[in-house]
Design a protein around this ligand. Sequence first.
Ligand SMILES: Nc1ncnc2c1ncn2[C@@H]1O[C@H](COP(=O)(O)OS(=O)(=O)O)[C@@H](OP(=O)(O)O)[C@H]1O
Length: 304
Amino acid sequence: MSLEEMKDLHLEEKYLQPETKEVNGILMTKMISDNWDKIWNFQAKPDDLLIATYAKAGTTWTQEIVDMIQNDGDLQKCQRANTFDRHPFIEWALPPPLSSGLDLANKMPSPRTLKTHLPVQMLPPSFWKENTKIIYVARNAKDCLVSYYHFSRMNKMVPDPGSWEEYIETFKAGKVLWGSWYDHVKGWWHAKDQHRILYLFYEDMKEDPKREIQKILKFLEKEVSEEVLDKIIHHTSFEVMKENPMANYTTLPTSIMDHSISPFMRRGMPGDWKNYFTVAQNEDFDKDYERKMAGSTLTFRTAL
Ligand SMILES: Nc1ncnc2c1ncn2[C@@H]1O[C@H](COP(=O)(O)OS(=O)(=O)O)[C@@H](OP(=O)(O)O)[C@H]1O
């Protein structure tokens, strides 16, 4: 049973799982934590494609781009199901009768495109063994934080963020689901030199979607006509995806995601953090950021 179907049974309240429990020092939902052995032993395949991100870094956007590429720009095929059913979210565990990411992935015929938010050290080892292709998308910390804050307000399946002031501290301390943003982006950055990983940036995708989609095409060893490429750029723009019920999470019951609190497709713009951080919060954040990112060659743009 999919998340979407359960609204008919009025099961949502019972199944909401804001409880958390750490796995290897990383905060996870209790359901993920309780199912960790199964997740760790997930069997990847050589022809899988994995889209890996820190939460709110542009996962859904990349999923839509990849799906459009894989379907040669066929809009109807990309409307076949919700994003979360087209691309199993491997670690997302739900109690039966709901389908967890692993169930969906195991049922799905190959070639599969999968999603994860796992930090690199927690990726099931079969992905490395099978040399699966991975697209990692990173987004600057401040916009990720703002997006995650609003998402945590509207999504009842993740912990309540508390006040804005509290949330900045929680994020900096990495006490959010999937752990520290700093460790996540650095860990995957380091791994990209040893594995088949295409490391992309949200800000680059926003600046020049054509250029970044071409990188994805090359990585996937796919070619599309100029006409199809233009169609992909258009269909995966923020404005079009915001209106696409198969990509904007509006098919979920409001008791899970309440878009009247904050829409999933919220702002989609680098630099939106400036509308939230005070001058003092920004200075404080930058000081802490310098410390946490010291020694890394990884750099981000916080505006375009
Ligand atoms: N097409 C397109 N263009 C630009 N931005 C887009 C697009 N699609 C999604 N988004 C924005 O990405 C944010 C959601 O991130 P994720 O998809 O990674 O969320 S999730 O972790 O999978 O829940 C969220 O960012 P914010 O608007 O800043 O909150 C979405 O609006």
